[in-house]
Design a protein around this ligand. Structure first.
Ligand SMILES: [Zn+2]
Length: 344
């Protein structure tokens, strides 16, 4: 019996009334739950989804005690804490997704992709659930792919936060990065600032356009005596964005320069992948007027016009809750992947 037939037979999915094509939707006949957990070193948060993607419970987690040296025990004890809180519902959880803190926050102790695979397999045996371990960039990209229904032949989803992430949409499908962490575009040597990156190398793009890079640029310009409404020290990405939108010349210039560097990086992607569209997801979308000018300048200088002229560049804000949506879809992938492995 094929997987589709088996799932239909057991009542997990049902056919819709479309005559020509076969379409299937999930039914709510079974109560299968998916637990997504966003881990941070200070405060964490869990959302419980039903099989149709509705959030049925939100659980803030204080002092989750994430220990990077012993992730298996650390993640197990977090799940056990949640199982106490969820009582009977825990039995109905089919899959669990963990969204880890950003790579840079591990300060050199970030496990390798093969270690993550081992951790997933180990936790699956211990907890008897499907387990996904994700990074925040991938979770955001996956959520956007699903929410925007981006089905173009070739597109790119670029996230800019404390780190830079990239996902490739090819033939209408988002590249499968089952084995974390996948694409490391942020660590491409596209800068000439000679600064040491969290990955241990120099000249990474991340040191040029990430949030901390932007804050460092503003602080340096202020220390060099440049005029601005901002003051050295107490600066956040939000305060720089607010200043730029209010007309602060230094902040506008910094975002224009960031855009220029992004344009240079994007020209590499255009020449390698020839995307029809690039979606840029970041809080700095609020400065898109200044960024887009910079990106155009970078593209004009580094990318042949006939290659870049038809590429659509879209700007979107990042939404914290989208991370959970991405983790929910990744958990479904893992569930079906494991089911297919069992049947083959
Ligand atoms: Zn790096």
């Amino acid at each position: 019996m094929t997987l589709v037939n088996q799932l239909t037979h057991e009542g997990f999915i049902k056919k819709t009334k479309q005559k020509r094509d076969r379409h299937f939707v999930l039914t709510n006949q079974h109560n299968l739950l998916i637990l997504t957990i966003h881990l941070n070193f200070d405060k964490s948060y869990a959302l419980l989804f039903d099989q149709l993607g509705n959030v049925i419970e939100e659980i803030p987690l204080k002092d989750c005690g994430l220990d990077t040296e012993n992730l298996i025990n650390s993640l197990t004890s977090i799940v056990l804490k949640l199982s106490d809180l969820l009582n009977a519902k825990f039995q109905n959880i089919l899959s669990i997704s963990f969204i880890l803190p950003m790579y840079a926050e591990f300060q050199g102790s970030f496990p390798s992709p093969s270690t993550f695979q081992e951790i997933e397999e180990n936790l699956e045996k211990k907890l008897r659930k499907n387990i996904c371990i994700l990074n925040p960039s991938y979770s955001a990209q996956r959520a956007f792919f699903e929410l925007k229904k981006e089905k173009r032949e070739n597109a790119l989803i670029l996230t800019i936060h404390k780190e830079i992430g990239l996902s490739i949409v090819s033939n209408g499908k988002m590249a499968d990065r089952r084995h974390f962490p996948g694409s490391e575009f942020g660590h491409s040597p596209l800068s000439f600032n000679d600064k040491l990156c969290s990955c241990g190398k120099k000249n990474c793009l991340e040191n040029e356009v990430s949030y901390s890079a932007i804050i460092n640029k503003v602080n340096k310009a202020l220390l060099d005596g440049q005029n601005s409404v901002l003051k050295v020290g107490n600066i956040s990405i939000d305060s720089i964005l607010n200043a730029a939108i209010a007309g602060d010349q230094l902040s506008i210039k910094i975002f224009h320069n960031i855009g220029f560097n992004l344009g240079k990086a994007i020209s590499v992607l255009i020449q390698l992948i020839a995307p029809e569209k690039i979606m840029l997801i970041s809080d700095i979308y609020r400065a898109k007027d200044f960024l887009s000018n910079g990106i155009s300048s970078g593209l004009n200088l580094y990318c042949p016009f006939f290659k870049s002229e038809n590429v659509i560049i879209e700007y979107h804000d990042s939404n914290y809750k989208n991370l959970f949506t991405g983790a929910y879809y990744a958990a479904w992938d893992k569930t079906f992947y494991n089911q297919l492995k069992l049947m083959n």
